[in-house]
Structures are given as structure tokens and as C-alpha cells.
Design a protein around this ligand. Sequence first.
Ligand code: APR
Length: 254
Amino acid sequence: MPDIELAAQALASAHKIVCFSGAGISAESGIPTYRDKMTGLWERYSPQELETAKAFRENPKLIWGWYLWRRKQAAQAQPNAAHLALHNMVSLGKKVSVITQNIDDLHERAGSQDVVHLHGNLNTPKCFACHRPAGMAQVEDIVPEEGALIDPPRCGRCGGRLRPGVVWYGENLPKDAWKSAMSLVKDCDVLISVGTSGVVFPAAKLPDIALSAGSTVIHVNTLDVGLGNSNELMLIGRASEVLPQLFAAMASGA
Ligand code: APR
């Protein structure tokens, strides 16, 4: 039986579904991934170079401008059929929890509730010095060009520079987010891992943890990223095509 039918059957009989998503689920909404061929600013810099406290310390205007540009890009993007199909699974009586590595809000805008953001998000800046949350009200609603150098606003308490509320390389994941993710993954019937290269830890451990807990893991990716476990299914294709197919099969009583 084809993996897509096995996957639909596993989802149809599941009660608790966890979606673990990466940049690939937002790619078809026009938001670039991290490791596909880079374009624009990212052609000159790898995200891994820009996503560090060191880069911010050395060039705060470049990093702040880059995140404002990414925030504008995410705001202009729309949830795609993959985000919507995931949320629609709720209408079939499923408990669907989303754990994402993405810093955009496309899952929320597709209707998903209580999304766990392992790597933070674009709308919660904080002070680089005292870590006080700042909120976007303090941030001018400017529309930066790609590569624009923009002075970060200053913290109202200590005068330090504001930084994006995202997790950079070498930083710890938010404790609450990781705790929620672990509890959801250990207790789910099926984990759908969508659009992630699985190379950044500890997030990349989640599918393995689900497998060890006896859950079925369904990978959805344009590349074969399967680990070869007997409880694992690999659906090769675009998320915006595969997830609606899975939803349709579930709805027709796979
Ligand atoms: N549908 C499904 N999968 C896709 C699609 C698509 N339309 N387009 C790309 N992909 C897959 C790619 O094959 C790749 O495996 O999505 C994955 C994207 O991988 P990355 O760019 O590495 O993104 P991600 O896995 O989310 O990166 C993890 O790395 O830089 C850090 O903090 C950053 O959260 C990010 C983390």
C-alpha cells in the first residue's frame, strides 16, 4: 500500500496529532528557507552567520534591518494550503498541536491555536542587554528594503539596544516552549514532520523522540529525509499538495 494511504490511515485513526514544522511549510507562501539556494541578501551572508549574538554585537544595524525586512516579508505572506489543511484536521475531531521552528505567524493566521515556537518569533523583540521584552509598539512600523541598515530602538528600562525575540545559534530554546514540545511529542499518536531539514538540534530530535514513544512519524518534504524506522512514512512532495491530500483522504474515511 502506498505510503500516502498508510499515512492517511494512521491519521484517520489518531486522536492526538502533532505537526512539527520547518521553513519548508512556509516556502510556498514566499518565505525563503534557510538551506535551499539563497537569494538576495542571503546570497552574500548565510543565515547561520547572521543569526548569532556576535553578528548583532558587531553589526546591530544590519541584523536589526534584516529582521525588520523578514518581518515585512512574513506580514505580506499568506498561509498556504499546507497550513490550512493542518488546521482543518481539527474539524475531523482531531486534537492538532503545532510545534514550529519558524518565526513567522502563518500557522496562527491559518487558525492553529497555541502554536509552540521553538525558535521565537518576529513580533516579540527584547532588550539585548537586560532581556526585557519590548513589544512591537516601540518599533517604528517602517518598510525596510532588503539589506537596509537600521538602528535598533533602545530599551525603555536600561537604554540597551532591542534585538529580535528569536533564538540564535548558541542560545538556549525558551524553556517553556521546549517543555511543551516534549510533552506533546511524547503523548501523540502521530507526528507529521513538515518541511524541515532536521539538521538543527535540539529541535531536530523531536521526530526521534516521537518514534521512541511508539508514535507514527510522517515526513512531508520535497526531499527524502526519512530515518528508515519501521514506524516512519516518507511522503516526498510539496507540503501544499501533500497535506491537503492527507486531509481529503482522512475526511473520506481512509
Ligand atoms: N514542501 C515541503 N518541504 C519543502 C518545501 C516544500 N514546498 N520546500 C522546501 N522544503 C524542505 C527542504 O527540502 C528542506 O528539507 O524544507 C526543508 C527546509 O530546511 P531548512 O531550510 O534547513 O529549514 P529548517 O529545517 O526549518 O531549519 C531549521 O535552522 O537556521 C535555523 O533557526 C533556523 O529554524 C531554522 C532551523
